[in-house]
Design a protein around this ligand. Structure first.
Ligand SMILES: *[C@@H]1O[C@H](CO)[C@@H](O)[C@H](O)[C@H]1NC(C)=O
Ligand SMILES: *[C@@H]1O[C@H](CO)[C@@H](O)[C@H](O)[C@H]1NC(C)=O
Ligand SMILES: *[C@@H]1O[C@H](CO)[C@@H](O)[C@H](O)[C@H]1NC(C)=O
Ligand SMILES: *[C@@H]1O[C@H](CO)[C@@H](O)[C@H](O)[C@H]1NC(C)=O
Ligand SMILES: *[C@@H]1O[C@H](CO)[C@@H](O)[C@H](O)[C@H]1NC(C)=O
Ligand SMILES: *[C@@H]1O[C@H](CO)[C@@H](O)[C@H](O)[C@H]1NC(C)=O
Ligand SMILES: *[C@@H]1O[C@H](CO)[C@@H](O)[C@H](O)[C@H]1NC(C)=O
Length: 445
């Protein structure tokens, strides 16, 4: 309405020689119409300089140059309504443009392409060819390709492609971290090289191999940190990632998918999980009052979270100095190495197992050992778990799978126990039973 009326007002004002205000009004009219265009819910092409705003106005898609990255141009998504520039996703992270002639457009089968001087520098993929493909930035920050001729409400099932399947260093609410167990497709985070360079850095954060039910941080192909297995309420080694007023989270086993995801309890609070360039996993929350991102927590607490710091059968306790020790009934494999604080070879049993007649030493509130060689059953109780472990000589430890309802399910470990940490668990700790020779039982007098 305003837009059509304005030129009339303008004419009247020209008659009264209010030339300057007319000019201002024209400017405003022009700005309003540009803003209107950017608010249209779908687009087919976007040139450098144009942006596309999500339907609710939370996120914006466009071309940008990271601060200090000279003239490199990237297509990315950032928060629209905060003054601190925060990019949450980058399309061409490994193939920057060198000038501002890039165009992001949707091509006929439903593929997003980023073209520069007629050269394709980045492209998406499509699950099936579409008649009338369009792109849209959802208010969750998800850039999706949909087929307009489908005439249905866009839902995850009808997306031909979505940026949420390809996280960069940021996990937004609703994104998945995990895998499809049938296709093997992985949702994982990967660090940026530096704040100036969004290309893939040295670290990834992802779901561990099948059966793991834990998140791991890797440097290349080397494990550096693990959260500990999911215990139904949180990850065993991360007591600080616990129920809170800002977001809910879960590890979901959904048909053929297994993933971690989180949801905001109040959508007007901004929160994001970031894999930093040094491999630390940070959660930030936006604070309106200070207009800053607040570092809410870091997944890695201290050096005890360095994977396998104390070696096999070692146990890390940050309150001790040195932090590494051996489990009860174990002693350092190479005592000389321990003296110079090289704990990597861990500990060995003082008394070998005899298989029959072994006992189990109970530990409370530990980060459960690496589940690389483990087995689980969701319906067994702890007694059945003990029996099954006792009977199998290669079973070195067992615990409940979940801590809810007084403990349910069974997890058994085989082989060496690696990456155990003792922490001050005030609640939600789990019991771990470690196999020992009966003669190591503390003598009761
Ligand atoms: C891109 O391709 C079109 C058609 O093939 C051609 O007309 C145009 O000059 C090309 N533009 C550039 C920048 O190469
Ligand atoms: C594109 O998707 C198809 C089927 O979903 C898949 O087989 C193919 O590997 C994908 N290509 C790329 C480049 O991701
Ligand atoms: C990544 O690894 C390379 C090679 O080890 C190293 O030179 C570089 O500093 C590392 N980058 C970061 C951000 O840690
Ligand atoms: C969500 O947060 C906003 C801003 O802090 C607040 O005004 C609003 O009342 C909250 N909504 C709910 C449902 O808690
Ligand atoms: C789990 O244990 C129960 C009870 O012992 C058994 O009936 C079931 O088959 C087991 N499931 C798997 C997958 O091993
Ligand atoms: C003990 O468990 C391992 C690993 O699950 C299995 O391969 C082995 O057959 C079991 N041994 C016995 C005697 O049940
Ligand atoms: C751990 O708990 C003990 C005993 O409750 C306490 O003395 C100690 O200060 C706690 N340490 C930390 C880091 O909370």
């Amino acid at each position: 309405m305003d837009v059509t009326i304005t030129p009339l007002k303008c004419l009247v004002r020209i008659m009264f020689l209010h030339l300057f205000s007319c000019f201002v009004l024209l400017m405003i009219t022009a700005m309003v119409s540009i803003a209107d265009d950017t608010y249209t819910s779908t687009f087919q092409s976007l040139r450098d300089g144009q942006t596309h705003v999500s339907t609710g106005g939370t996120f914006e898609l466009g071309f940008f140059t990271p601060e200090g990255a000279s003239n490199k141009r990237y297509v990315g998504i950032w928060y629209k309504n905060i003054p601190v520039n925060t990019v949450v996703w980058v399309a061409n992270r490994d193939t920057p443009l060198t000038d501002s002639s890039g165009v992001l457009k949707i091509t006929s089968p439903g593929i997003l392409v980023l073209v520069d001087h007629n050269k394709t520098v980045w492209s998406s993929n499509t699950s099936s060819p579409a008649q009338n493909p369009v792109a849209q930035l959802l208010d969750s920050g998800n850039l999706v390709v949909i087929d307009k001729s489908d005439n249905v409400d866009p839902s995850a099932e009808s997306f031909l492609w979505q940026s949420f399947d390809y996280p960069g260093n940021t996990l937004l609410p609703g994104m998945k971290l995990g895998r499809n167990t049938i296709t093997g497709f992985k949702w994982f985070m990967s660090s940026w090289k530096s704040p100036q360079d969004p290309s893939q850095g040295n670290y990834t954060f992802q779901n561990g191999p099948k059966g793991y039910a834990e998140q791991i941080m890797m440097e290349g192909s080397v494990m550096k940190f693990r959260t500990g297995p999911w215990n139904g309420i949180r990850f065993s080694g991360a007591p600080h990632l616990s129920p809170n007023p800002i977001y809910t989270y879960n590890l979901l086993f959904d048909h053929d998918e297994e993933y971690y995801s989180y949801k905001l309890l109040n959508r007007s609070i901004l929160s994001r999980l970031v894999l930093a360039q040094d491999g630390l996993v940070h959660r930030y929350t936006w604070i309106d009052r200070t207009q800053e991102w607040f570092l809410h927590l870091t997944a890695q607490l201290d050096s005890c979270d360095t994977y396998a710091l104390c070696g096999a059968y070692g146990v890390c306790n940050i309150e001790n100095s040195p932090a590494c020790g051996c489990l009860k009934g174990f002693s350092p494999k190479y005592p000389k190495d321990w003296e110079v604080m090289d704990w990597s070879n861990g500990c060995v049993r003082k008394t070998p197992l005899s298989c029959n007649g072994d006992i189990f030493q109970k530990y409370y509130g530990v980060k459960l050992p690496s589940t690389e060689q483990s087995w689980f059953n969701t319906s067994m109780n702890i007694k059945e778990c003990e029996m099954k472990c006792t009977k199998n000589c290669s079973c070195t430890a067992y615990s409940n799978l979940y801590i809810s309802q007084g403990g349910t399910g069974c997890r058994m470990w085989f082989g060496d126990l690696i990456d155990i940490t003792i922490r001050n668990f005030t609640k939600n700790g789990e019991d771990l039973y470690i196999r020992m020779a009966a003669s190591e039982l503390p003598t009761a007098c």
